[in-house]
Each structure stands twice: as structure tokens, then as C-alpha cells.
Write a protein that binds this ligand. Structure first.
Ligand code: 5GP
Ligand code: ZN
Length: 134
């Protein structure tokens, strides 16, 4: 628990939230600034700032919850698709430093933007990255 962390307080129920699912390890809530109808956040109850700090066991539980709630959202809201988004670091768009997974239901012709301009995989980059996993 980080005393200054808003998601710690929300996850533990100290600050009220629109909760879709809760168990002893995590809470899934509606995002206050939704990208689309049903935009939700999977928030572990124990504090980890980002993916790099997240214990494996919590990672497993978070993805299972994302699957469970994401399926219900997609079916119940008749969404056409669902994006999972998970930001790490300010450069990657993270604004709250407590690990969370976004569940963003997608609807035909919505205005959500999670696209990028595709590049071309260059030889030098490919070799550099592959070397990390030798
Ligand atoms: P990030 O940019 O860190 O990946 O996502 C943070 C998300 O948390 C944003 O989508 C933002 O709208 C949401 N958010 C920030 N503060 C609150 C809050 O107090 N309550 C809820 N429900 N969502 C919040
Ligand atoms: Zn926290």
C-alpha cells in the first residue's frame, strides 16, 4: 500500500468507485474518463507501479480478470471488439503509477485510437533485439 496512490485507495475500497468485479486480489472499475462505453480498469489491490514491478502471480490474476470482465462487457454491451491496453512509463502514456489494464470495448465507427503507423523491420534493429534473447 502506497499512502499517496489513488489506485491503492480505490482498489481497497477507501475511495468509492463503480465496481464491476472484486475479489481478494483485485478490483475492476469503470474509468472516469472513458474512451468508449464500458471502458474499465483492472486494478490489483497490492501496489506495483508498473508491469516491471508486478509479481507473476498478480499478473496471472489480472489477465484472468481482464478475460472474465472483458467477455462480459463485450457480450453485454454488444461491442464489436475489445482492446486491452496497458501503459508503462509516462512516455508510453501512463498517468497513474499503479499497474492497471485498460479494457476498452470497441464499436464500429467509434473514435477510439490505438493505432500506429507501421514501420519496416530493419536488419540492424532485428539483430540488436534478437541478441537480447540469445
Ligand atoms: P493510464 O493513463 O495511467 O494508463 O490510465 C489511467 C486511467 O485512469 C485514465 O484512463 C483515467 O481516466 C483513469 N482515472 C484516473 N483517475 C481516476 C479515478 O479517480 N477514478 C477512475 N475510475 N478512473 C481514474
Ligand atoms: Zn498503488
Amino acid at each position: 500500500m502506497d499512502d499517496n496512490c489513488i489506485f491503492c485507495k480505490i482498489a481497497r475500497g477507501e475511495i468509492p468507485s463503480a465496481t464491476l468485479y472484486e475479489d481478494e486480489d483485485l478490483r475492476v472499475i469503470l474509468d472516469l474518463g472513458p474512451a468508449s462505453k464500458g471502458h474499465a480498469l483492472v486494478i490489483p489491490k497490492s501496489h506495483a507501479a508498473n508491469l516491471f514491478e508486478l509479481p507473476d502471480e498478480t499478473a496471472q490474476k489480472a489477465i484472468v480478470a481482464a478475460k472474465k470482465v472483458g467477455t462480459r462487457l463485450k457480450e453485454g454491451l454488444h461491442a464489436d471488439g475489445l482492446n486491452l491496453v496497458q501503459n508503462n512509463g509516462a512516455t508510453a502514456g501512463q498517468t497513474v503509477d499503479h499497474f492497471h489494464i485498460h479494457l476498452i470495448p470497441r464499436y464500429e465507427n467509434d473514435t477510439v485510437n490505438v493505432k500506429w503507423q507501421p514501420g519496416v523491420l530493419g536488419e540492424a534493429d532485428k539483430e540488436e533485439v534478437l541478441k537480447l534473447f540469445l
